[in-house]
Write a protein that binds this ligand. Structure first.
Ligand SMILES: [Zn+2]
Ligand SMILES: [Zn+2]
Length: 102
């Protein structure tokens, strides 16, 4: 469980007053590119690999992970384990967590 998940995705009913608000605020800044569960784009060049939605380089499916926020499929280099999102959303989360600390 990452620190980010504890802070933003807590499903504790007692905390439902403020946590979802902040999560909603963050979500409103993130453009959803794909729906959750929607597959990655097939690489037209190889047919056996799929494209990373961030760097558009082909990878086998096990190397791609779907971002829980924007829905983009990210390869290892475009993925942030720290937040469990793509690096683009991780940047926004970092900005938000910095703001909430101040
Ligand atoms: Zn990538
Ligand atoms: Zn993302």
């Amino acid at each position: 469980m990452t620190l980010w998940k504890k802070n933003w995705l807590r499903k504790d009913p007692q905390k439902s007053k403020d946590t979802p608000d902040r999560f909603h605020e963050l979500k409103s800044e993130i453009a959803v590119i794909r729906k959750q569960g929607e597959g990655p784009t097939k690489d037209p060049g190889t047919f056996s690999q799929y494209l990373c939605d961030l760097c558009t380089s082909p990878h086998p499916v096990p190397e791609l992970r779907q971002c829980v926020l924007c829905g983009r499929w990210a390869c290892k280099t475009c993925w942030k384990d720290e937040f469990y999102t793509c690096k683009s959303c991780a940047g926004l989360i970092a900005v938000h967590s910095r703001m909430s600390r101040e």
